[in-house]
Design a protein around this ligand. Structure first.
Ligand SMILES: C[S@@+](CC[C@H](N)C(=O)[O-])C[C@H]1O[C@@H](n2cnc3c(N)ncnc32)[C@H](O)[C@@H]1O
Length: 198
């Protein structure tokens, strides 16, 4: 299983703000691009891929919206708007939820009022966690042999120091896909490609 986590600090948990934010400094398009590249290959989709988006610009709780590539059927196309509308639908479904509640939005999409820290703690039980970092060890020197691999990325706002420290305590390893600072969605393509060749 390949698991991707995008910690999106700028992403609003209100659907209207998310959709209105396209092209602004919020950059919700990062979420759509990351999903697109994690889930699709030409004329098909990948299997055994899960993407967790953690939207953190909130007045109550972070929202973790999880997409299981094998079960997704509700997408109206593979363009940016299709993904953003699906995320917006998940956010609407989550309004009024208490802390750490969950709701199935549609096949393959789950929304939870779950923080990044709680999500990573949950994933660390089964997955080897990798923190994507241009200054980390090269992905080519890593075994990547665990059955479940989890790659943690951010939007345009860097990972805060306390989150980094928590990740390290959970055994997360910093790895790089190359020397240039890339978009999260570009890292996802390179990670998939690296694993595809093994
Ligand atoms: C646009 S970058 C974040 C930029 C942000 N301003 C920062 O300084 O962290 C988005 C994500 O991709 C990861 N990333 C970008 N280039 C990378 C690389 N060459 N290797 C590994 N991860 C990379 C970053 O660590 C981050 O999680």
């Amino acid at each position: 299983m390949r698991v991707f986590v995008l910690k999106a600090r700028a992403a609003p948990t209100r659907s209207d703000k998310l959709l209105d934010g396209v092209g602004s400094t919020i950059h919700p398009e990062i979420l759509a691009h990351t999903l697109m590249n994690a889930v699709f290959v030409a004329q098909s989709h990948r299997s055994e891929v899960v993407v967790h988006l953690v939207l953190e610009s909130t007045e109550d709780f972070s929202r973790t919206v999880s997409f299981s590539a094998d079960q997704l059927t509700a997408l109206a196309g593979f363009h940016e708007a299709a993904w953003l509308n699906l995320i917006a639908r998940a956010l609407d479904e989550s309004q009024g939820m208490g802390k750490e509640e969950q709701r199935e939005v549609c096949a393959g999409v789950l929304v939870r009022t779950l923080s990044f820290e709680r999500l990573i703690k949950e994933l660390a039980v089964d997955c080897q966690i990798y923190m994507m970092d241009p200054k980390g060890a090269s992905i080519r020197d890593e075994g990547l042999v665990a059955d479940h691999l989890c790659f943690v990325l951010t939007d345009h706002i860097p990972m805060p120091k306390n989150s980094l420290a928590r990740l390290k305590r959970l055994g997360a390893r910093p790895i790089s896909v190359g020397p240039k600072m890339l978009f999260a969605s570009q890292c996802v393509v390179l990670i998939h490609n690296e694993l595809d060749q093994r």
